[in-house]
Design a protein around this ligand. Structure first.
Ligand code: SF4
Ligand code: SF4
Ligand code: SF4
Ligand code: FES
Length: 937
């Protein structure tokens, strides 16, 4: 069902260059060739009744309600399936048309309650609107005949209800599932009168292939498919456009509100990048925002063993500030720092780094991107000059070959996955490189041309071998390389890459991928003509994460796959604002826009704006903060929106480090794992309770708008300002718009960004400045941002984390659709219906060798620690590799991950841990933090 004020134009837009003019009820309208008459009419503000058509789906022509008359033609064609023709004269109203439409509606309503009071949508569904539109007031056939009105409803999905008694079999839901979502979960079951729409034969929604994206609910014109919250709370009074608080796709939503309650979140039809689509998280899993676990009052305690005392905001902030200053007086200016989060808005992250640099007086600020995409920043900046994805998401529609590496888009970036799947169904070729058989490898109407199932930790060897084939088989785009890349570096790289040690045959020994497959994939990628790489944490979270990003950049440059639509090197960012929190200066060595803090002119600009003297020395990275805490030189931390105790590697080490600090300030919406080590808790505000902006993986800056008042009374940016003021450094802003203005003043790539522009354009992709006032969709067109593209040598070096007799398996990790990150939010929603616990995937061969049974408990031990979880025996993983998600704290996946990290950025090597797996009778107790501290000492 449409959101408030959405206009439905009946069929999707067409993009033909040739324009056609027709006349509808005497009004001339000009549209691209191929446009349907119903859409042309709607554009001319002539509404033709319809039921089976909607503008997110291809026309189907089944309901016969949209009939029209065309001058010079016989009959009454359906306007949704009739394309415009030059000079066509269309009539949409006549007595005959009214009679025909009324007859159609009468038949529908003979099997549906006509009384709007019986409508679960309060008579506001399209069916009742159409009944009114055609003037149907009563039905001649009574409901006593054969009908479907007593069919039982399917309430199995936690978020929406399916009532077949209200279904008119228009198939909009089925087409939405097929065309928009690409899951193909729905079908018409049965024949003739007994036909019913169904999520698979005799299946309920919860047991079906359905992934709860909500597209079918959105498409349904009746009250057959409806959100449960809408049924319970009634229709909303207003809608506010905002941005999803979950993943880096950054979908636009309309938050529909009644009083001070959200009724539902509806994907914004006019919003980028989702164009009206959504996934289960953004669409339905927002209930955590009002979960009873929310922290609503500030709290303090002297020692972490003490009970919490609730205090006023003033007391909490002045206590936190006094403690920070006490620690600095005792241990030195560099003894405290701050951590920003990719879940914070740009404005919040900017303020935290400003607080650290200007009020703490050091550069000890880092962000959770350290543990995910920092190699992306390093690699792409080094090679191309900008640490960000090269394309917009829509660019994938122009790709001929799509290479997905170390990413699982259908689980981690579902809305982008739907856009990508559409392109794949339309004929693009697919290469998947992953240690695990992800869903994309084979799914309805999609099959990868090449599935390169490599051993975890061997990405660089694979990328080098792909490049080796390109060069040795004469597939180099010589023109691109000559015009766009540094010739000296290219020559050095070329001489190196042709070496036999980079051949597919050598790579086969390292990666386990047959050489012929590597050759085939390289040829496919090189020939494109438009080939695009999409990658995720399976590339970055390695000891050679930065090398791998550089190796992909080499591959894209040597084949000329940069600087236009359909190509590029594109990181799929995990959290909503990974890109943005990095952009606004969260790294210890960089001010906004990725500019090094050692640059005196740059510092001078900031000093002038901030009225302080800045430290020219880069500060501590997160792992260095932990080490320094255990050394006794780092004693105080302000963490906003990040659960480092759970999300950072080697949890016992993190716990020991946090326990060694004298003041830990946690600013969050829940009492997370890190709060166990905190002395001050400042209640955070959820994405529904504040104003600001997020920047998604395609560099798109979108507005986050306050939908509800903050539960604890303050937006996060206000809290940071108050802490700064208490530290003697006033930060005065009346609204986050002023913070963005400051970022724009100080950052050339943001120079043209303002809230006024975002309001006007909806969103913009940076760089946005004088040369690109409306933003930049595709980067490096004609020339790389840094000038010449850099080919750097990417020698493969095996990780130190080796399997051994004691730890013979490799553990790698990933995520699942219904959960998000460490699960702090999604575990507090009904999404637990699908994923109540993390499981260890193990190959049947490895399971049999160890006596592991499906569903049985296993202990997973590494050199760092051990955890227990239930096993799932599956051939998705290869022998020798086990896999788990990390969404539940009791799993403690990071207890076993080691402290190995990327050579350039310290990004932890989460994706490769040597482990042993053995059956265990029950979940053993995890080492408590106190004991971990003793052990560390
Ligand atoms: S919710 Fe999405 S996946 Fe499930 S049936 Fe509807 S369209 Fe298909
Ligand atoms: S459930 Fe709704 S969209 Fe699906 S066939 Fe029935 S009426 Fe049409
Ligand atoms: S794809 Fe990501 S941004 Fe979009 S709705 Fe899902 S979680 Fe939110
Ligand atoms: S809307 Fe055109 S046939 Fe149904």
């Amino acid at each position: 069902m449409l959101s408030i004020n959405d206009k439905d134009l009946g069929t999707p837009a067409r993009t033909a260059e040739k324009l056609v003019t027709i006349e509808v009820d005497g009004r001339a309208v000009t549209v691209p060739e191929g446009t349907s008459v119903i859409r042309a009419a709607a554009l001319a503000d002539v509404v033709i009744p319809k039921l089976c058509a909607t503008d997110s789906l291809e026309p189907f022509g089944s309901c016969r309600l949209c009939l029209i008359q065309i001058e010079g033609r016989n009959g009454y064609p359906a306007s949704c399936t009739t394309p415009v023709e030059a000079g066509m004269k269309v009539r949409t109203q006549s007595e005959k048309l009214t009679q025909l439409r009324r007859g159609v509606m009468e038949l529908y309503m003979s099997d549906h309650p006509l009384d709007p009071f019986e409508c679960k949508a309060g008579g506001k569904c399209e069916l009742h609107e159409m009944a009114r539109a055609v003037g149907l007031e009563q039905v001649r056939y009574d409901h006593g005949g054969r009908n479907h009105l007593d069919l039982p409803a399917d309430d199995s999905n936690p978020y929406f209800s399916f009532d077949p008694a209200r279904c008119i079999l228009c198939s909009r839901c089925i087409r939405a599932c097929d065309e928009v979502q690409g899951t193909f979960a729905l079908t018409i079951d049965g024949r003739g009168f007994n036909s019913v729409m169904s999520p698979g034969q005799h299946l309920q929604y919860i047991d079906s292939e359905c992934v709860s994206c909500g597209a079918c609910v959105q498409a349904c014109p009746t009250d057959a498919l409806m959100e449960k919250t809408l049924i319970e709370k009634g229709r909303a009074e207003r809608a506010i456009v905002t941005t999803c608080g979950y993943c880096g796709v950054g979908c636009s939503f309309k938050a529909e509100v009644k009083g001070d309650e959200v009724v539902r979140m509806v994907p914004n039809k006019d919003g980028f990048p989702n164009h009206g689509h959504s996934c289960v998280k953004g669409r339905f899993a927002w209930g955590y925002a009002t979960h009873p676990d929310r922290v609503k009052k500030p709290m303090i305690r002297k020692r972490i063993s003490d009970a919490w005392t609730e205090v006023s905001w003033e007391e909490a902030i002045s206590y936190a500030a006094a403690e920070l200053r006490r620690v600095q007086d005792k241990y030195g200016r560099g003894s405290i720092g701050g951590i920003t989060s990719s879940r914070c808005t740009n404005e919040e992250a900017y303020l935290v780094q400003k607080l650290v640099r200007a009020a703490f007086g050091n550069n000890n600020v880092d962000t959770c991107a350290r543990v995910c995409h920092s190699p992306t920043g390093y690699g792409l900046k080094t090679a191309f000059g900008t640490p960000a994805g090269t394309q917009d998401f829509d660019s994938v529609a122009s790709a001929d070959v799509i290479m997905v590496i170390g990413a699982n888009p259908t689980e981690g970036h579902p809305v982008f996955a739907s856009i990508m799947k559409r392109r794949l169904r339309a004929g693009a070729r697919l290469i998947v490189a992953d240690p695990r058989r992800i869903e994309l490898v084979r799914m309805p109407h999609i099959e990868a041309d090449y599935f390169l199932q490599l051993t975890p930790g061997t990405n660089v060897a694979l990328f080098n071998a792909l490049a080796h084939v390109v060069v040795t088989e004469g597939m180099v785009n010589e023109k691109f390389v000559a015009e766009r890349c540094d010739p000296r570096e290219y020559k050095l790289w070329r001489d190196c890459i042709v070496n036999e040690r980079n051949s597919p045959e050598a790579a086969e020994q390292i990666t386990g991928v047959p050489a012929e497959k590597i050759r085939g994939a390289a040829r496919l990628y090189a020939k494109g003509p438009n080939s695009a790489i999409y990658y995720g944490l399976g590339v970055t979270e390695h000891s050679q994460g930065s090398t791998a990003v550089l190796a992909m950049a080499n591959l894209a440059m040597v084949t000329g796959n940069l600087g236009r639509a359909g190509v590029g090197v594109n990181p799929l960012r995990g959290q909503n604002n990974v890109q943005g929190s990095n952009d606004v200066g969260s790294f210890p060595h960089e001010l906004t826009g990725y500019r090094h803090v050692s640059d005196p002119q740059l510092r001078a600009d900031f000093e002038k704006e901030w009225h302080v003297t800045l430290d020219p020395e880069p500060g501590l990275r997160i792992p260095n903060m932990f080490d320094a805490a255990l050394d006794g030189s780092f004693k105080g931390l302000y963490v906003e929106g990040e659960d480092i105790a759970q999300s950072d590697p080697n949890s016992q080490h993190v716990a020991a480090a946090l326990s060694a600090m004298e003041i830990v300030i946690v600013h969050d919406i829940f009492l997370n794992e890190t709060a166990k080590y905190a002395h001050v808790v400042l209640p955070g505000s959820s994405f529904l309770e504040k104003n600001g902006t997020f920047t998604n993986a395609e560099r798109r800056i979108s507005m986050v708008r306050k939908v509800l008042p903050p539960l604890a009374g303050k937006e996060d940016w206000e809290v940071t300002c108050e802490l700064a003021k208490a530290l003697g450094y006033p930060m005065e802003y009346r609204h986050p718009a002023e913070i963005m203005d400051e970022i724009a003043r100080l950052t050339p790539t943001f120079a043209g960004v303002s809230y006024a522009k975002l309001e006007r354009l909806g969103s913009v992709q940076w760089p946005c400045n004088e040369t690109a006032p409306a933003g930049t969709r595709v980067m490096h067109v004609g020339e790389f941002v840094r000038g010449k593209g850099r080919f750097l040598l990417t020698e493969y070096v095996a990780t130190d984390e080796r399997t051994s007799q004691r730890f013979p398996l490799i553990l790698t990790t990933g995520r699942i659709l219904t959960q998000y990150n460490v699960g702090t939010q999604t575990r507090r929603t009904k999404n637990v219906a699908w994923h109540a616990e993390d499981r260890l995937e193990i190959h049947p061969h490895d399971a049999e060798q160890r006596g592991v049974r499906d569903g049985g408990w296993v202990e997973v031990s590494s050199r760092a620690g051990s955890i227990a979880l239930r096993a799932e025996i599956t051939e998705r993983v290869q022998p020798g590799v086990v896999y788990t998600t990390f969404h539940h704290p009791e799993t403690g996946a990071n207890v076993v991950t080691t402290e190995n990290s990327d050579w350039a950025t310290n990004c932890p090597e989460y994706k490769v841990t040597a482990v042993q797996v053995m059956p265990t009778a029950r979940r053993p107790e995890r080492v408590p933090a106190g004991r971990a501290l003793q052990a560390a000492k």
